[in-house]
Design a protein around this ligand. Structure first.
Ligand code: F55
Length: 840
């Protein structure tokens, strides 16, 4: 990380006691205190990791104090609370972010330097919590940052996976997976609250009876129960006293020693049973955008949702002594369908446990929930086998049947005789043995609002994926284009650029990103352009040093840094990027004197472990890299680097150094994208299709500052309808043929012509994502990029204008919209108070 820069400190600093104070003296004493009593070390024994822990603990102490005051304020003001339910939170490292949000980054750096310690090096000792796959989990993290910064009472609820997203290694060009043991050296950031443990039931059967008041009741007799133990992490806002929490649940066995098994002398059986329970929060499923229908996955979903809803209800009753106003004081957001079982679970809790009647319970439920959809891919829609579902959650299946019965009665009144529509809207798909519960349909019926994550995505939901629900209730549908937090993605990740910006326009941009527009006035200022370029150059040097260290590749820091980092997926079309690299390679081979712009192609991203084609694409990238990087006849003009184990921390460094951002998904497939926003915010220009939020980014930065390529969504649909044949494109494009033949003959696989056959076959005979249809457009656009990069001054101008016009893509804007139009919540300012002895 860069060490020659300063991060501005906010005005929040106050002098207090040693445990929570902000003066240099208090901070120093706090760190030494935590080193001593937390790690049991002094400066003789302490390792850099010990120092990291001491810093983290010192920040946590400061945040906990504000957390308590935040919680007290929210209760005093009877505030409505947002509950963000998500199976994933991809938080990235906490400590740097907490220093930034507390406004004491520079002060702590100074204090440590006085003892010969380098803060940025120590912060890298933190094992990043990788409790998410990609965009969906990272969006949840950005939204927590904005909720706290906007002073909105909010809780993030999820799972405390013991193993997060796997660690990726590259062995002989192939991806290999290793477990992510992120907790093995302790987690300085969490606080466990065993006194709030919550019981969750599974399996068994239901029995009906009539109670003493003559009411029809149902009893669920479960087969076994599990405890959820909450672990809280403080989530500070930037420059405010609000500290919200992320509450993650760990599964623990409810019977330390299963009594029956223990009494029967089956000691090992008892322990095995305990292990079964604790498996629930063991590991994050590493699939993004495909579902597997595994029982353990449904157990995970139900486990954290049930814990969270019981927690919400417990606190609500404690405060209001009634559940009648639950929906007036809670807004529960479903991050995709993963927590949508919550709709049936809240109904169960209200009806079976709290004896509410169906109508009132349904009114409250529908008014609590809202649902965010993140995908257009049919294979990503969750559908659970009714069999499996009924075995694990018999009572919930009954409730879902009842919701469906009532819902379809209404639908029949509206569309009499339209049986096909009724079948499409039904929460249950199919007949007989392989019936499925459609979780997206449940989420739609049980929610007051349904949102897409970009304008195009929302339109496609309305016209396509959720069309029947849109026709039924158009007022439920709403667009909320994604956003990213400028704190992590500019202030923390790119300190050099942040400092320049603050120098020029002040620091208001940090919480009001539209302020970046003020940079437009400097876009034509030669001095400013020069500084802008020098900063990108310095960031490129840092990344080049990283690549040299990790990949042993020397890259030219004057070359164009052309970057595609994201999960590996066919629809994201990393393969199209590879076709371009090989095209350039062939051009040089054909004519060694051809004037080719030097480029460094940087890739990063994980493939789902069971996704063979995606892993083969990684192998191809590394194989092309091996050939290209070592070929002296290229004179270093092309370099390819696949950076292994791409994660949040690495991405911060990459965005800061990137010049060209690859956003080339097949139009209509990427719901939004959020990496696209982080690149442009850091001054990279985009080469992209009209997909997801690219459309809106182009609108904001101006078409002349964006490299557009490829088919539009309607063109993709049309081509598919008339029968897409990749051969037509292949046969008429000699440069493309040359590329494919070079792969096919084994040029990148030591003569093995079979290795990449599955990739080539899928392109030549199927090409589901229409790479061939977009190939020529992509190549032509890349040629325009090369020309543009040579006009150094104009490129810099475009880069400045990209950053200047990214205000819309702040997660603060996104969250303000959610607050006004979905959650109906208002900011609740929190006052900072000193403790006094009377508080004991
Ligand atoms: C994870 C698990 C399952 Cl079962 C399904 C999907 C995922 C997942 O990680 N999805 C995901 O990341 N979706 C992405 O969400 C982003 C935030 O809205 C979008 O920007 C992006 O387009 C979308 O693919």
């Amino acid at each position: 990380a860069p060490q020659d820069t300063q991060v501005p400190d906010s005005g929040l600093v106050r002098v207090e006691d040693d445990r929570t104070g902000m003066s240099e003296q208090s901070l120093k004493r706090a760190i030494v205190d935590n080193l001593h009593y937390g790690q049991g070390k002094d400066n003789y024994f302490a390792t850099p990791y010990d120092y990291y822990m001491a810093i983290a603990r010192s920040m946590r102490d400061r945040l906990i104090k504000r957390r308590i005051q935040t919680a007290r304020t929210h209760i005093q003001e009877d505030s409505k609370v947002v509950y963000y339910l998500s199976a994933e939170f991809l938080m990235g490292r906490y400590t740097g972010n907490s220093l930034i949000n507390l406004g004491i980054y520079e002060r702590v750096r100074k204090v440590l330097r006085e003892s010969g310690l380098e803060l940025d090096d120590l912060l890298e000792k933190e094992h990043e919590p990788g409790l998410g796959n990609g965009g969906l989990g990272r969006l949840a993290a950005c939204y927590l940052d904005s909720l706290a910064t906007l002073e909105i009472p909010a809780v993030g609820y999820g799972i405390r996976y013991e193993f997060g997203i796997f660690e990726q290694e590259i062995r002989n060009g192939w991806q290999a997976e290793r477990p992510d043991k992120w907790l093995s050296f302790g987690n300085a950031w969490e606080v466990s609250l065993p006194e709030y443990r919550t019981e969750v039931k599974f399996g068994g059967h239901t029995e009906s009876y009539t109670d003493t008041k003559g009411r029809y009741q149902t009893n669920w007799i479960p087969e076994h129960t599990v405890f959820g133990i909450p672990y809280d992490t403080p989530i500070p806002g930037y420059g405010v006293n609000t500290v919200n929490i992320l509450r993650l649940w760990k599964a623990e066995s409810s019977n330390e020693f299963d009594l029956d098994a223990f009494n029967a002398g089956d000691y090992l059986g008892a322990v095995a049973n305990k292990m079964f329970s604790e498996n629930i929060s063991k590991v994050l499923y590493p699939n993004d955008d495909t579902v597997q229908g595994k029982e353990l996955r449904l157990e995970q979903q139900y486990f954290f949702v049930s814990c969270s809803l019981q927690d919400i209800i417990r606190r609500h009753i404690y405060h209001y002594n009634s559940l009648d106003n639950l929906h007036e004081k809670s807004a529960i957001q479903l991050n995709d369908t993963h927590p949508s079982i919550g709709i049936a679970e809240l109904m169960r809790l209200l009806i079976d446990v709290h004896q509410m009647d169906w109508e009132q319970a349904w009114h409250i439920t529908q008014n609590c929930f809202a649902y965010t959809n993140h995908t257009l891919l049919p294979e990503a829609l969750e559908r659970w086998s009714v069999n499996l579902f009924g075995r694990l959650l018999p009572r919930h299946l009954e409730i879902i049947y009842e919701i469906n019965f009532r819902f379809l009665s209404e639908v029949r009144k509206r569309y009499p005789g339209d049986n096909e529509r009724i079948a499409r809207l039904s929460l249950i798909e199919g007949e007989g043995a392989d019936k499925k519960v459609r979780m997206a349909n449940l989420a739609c019926v049980g929610s007051r609002k349904i949102n897409g994550v970009a304008a195009l995505h929302t339109k496609l939901l309305q016209q396509d994926v959720l069309r029947d629900f849109y026709e039924l209730a158009p007022e439920k549908f709403i667009n909320k284009t994604n956003g990213v937090t400028p704190r992590r993605w500019l202030l923390l990740g790119n300190p050099r650029l942040s400092n320049l910006i603050t120098e020029k326009i002040g620091e208001a941009w940090i919480t009001n990103l539209d302020e970046l527009r003020k940079l437009e006035q400097f876009a034509d200022d030669p001095q400013f352009r020069q500084t802008w370029r020098e900063i990108k150059q310095a960031n490129k040097q840092d990344l080049a040093a990283y690549i040299e260290r990790k990949n042993h590749i020397q890259v030219d820091t004057n070359s164009l840094f052309d970057v595609q980092v994201k999960r590996l997926h066919e629809y994201k079309r990393q393969l199209l990027n590879v076709l371009h690299i090989i095209t350039l390679y062939n051009r040089i081979k054909r004519n060694p004197n051809e004037d080719i712009l030097p480029r460094t192609f940087i890739f990063g991203g994980k493939a789902a472990p069971g996704y063979f084609i995606a892993k083969l694409i990684i192998k191809l990238i590394n194989s092309v890299a091996a050939v290209v990087n070592d070929d002296p006849s290229l004179e270093g003009r092309l370099k390819v680097a696949f950076l292994s184990n791409y994660n949040v921390s690495m991405s911060q460094q990459i965005y800061a150094a990137a010049e060209l951002s690859e956003q080339i998904s097949t139009a209509g497939k990427e719901a939004s994208g959020t990496g696209n926003m982080k690149f442009a915010l850091n001054g990279a220009l985009t080469i992209g299709t009209l997909d997801g939020a690219n459309v809106e980014i182009r609108e904001e930065v101006g078409a002349e500052n964006f490299f557009l390529c490829g088919l539009t969504t309607p063109e993709v649909y049309e081509l598919k309808a008339k029968g897409y044949n990749p051969q037509e494109y292949y046969q008429s494009n000699s440069e493309l043929q040359e590329v494919i033949r070079l792969i096919a003959c084994g040029h990148f696989s030591d003569g093995d012509s079979q290795l990449f056959r599955p990739l080539l076959d899928s392109l030549l005979y199927n090409d589901k994502y229409m790479l061939f249809a977009d190939y020529q457009s992509y190549i032509d656009t890349q040629d325009r990029v090369s020309q543009a990069y040579r006009q150094e001054d104009n490129w810099t101008r475009m880069s400045i204008l990209n950053t200047a016009r990214m205000g819309k893509f702040s997660s603060d804007r996104a969250i303000s919209e959610y607050c006004k139009e979905i959650w109906h919540v208002e900011p609740v300012p929190v006052e900072f108070k000193e403790y006094s002895p009377e508080d004991m």
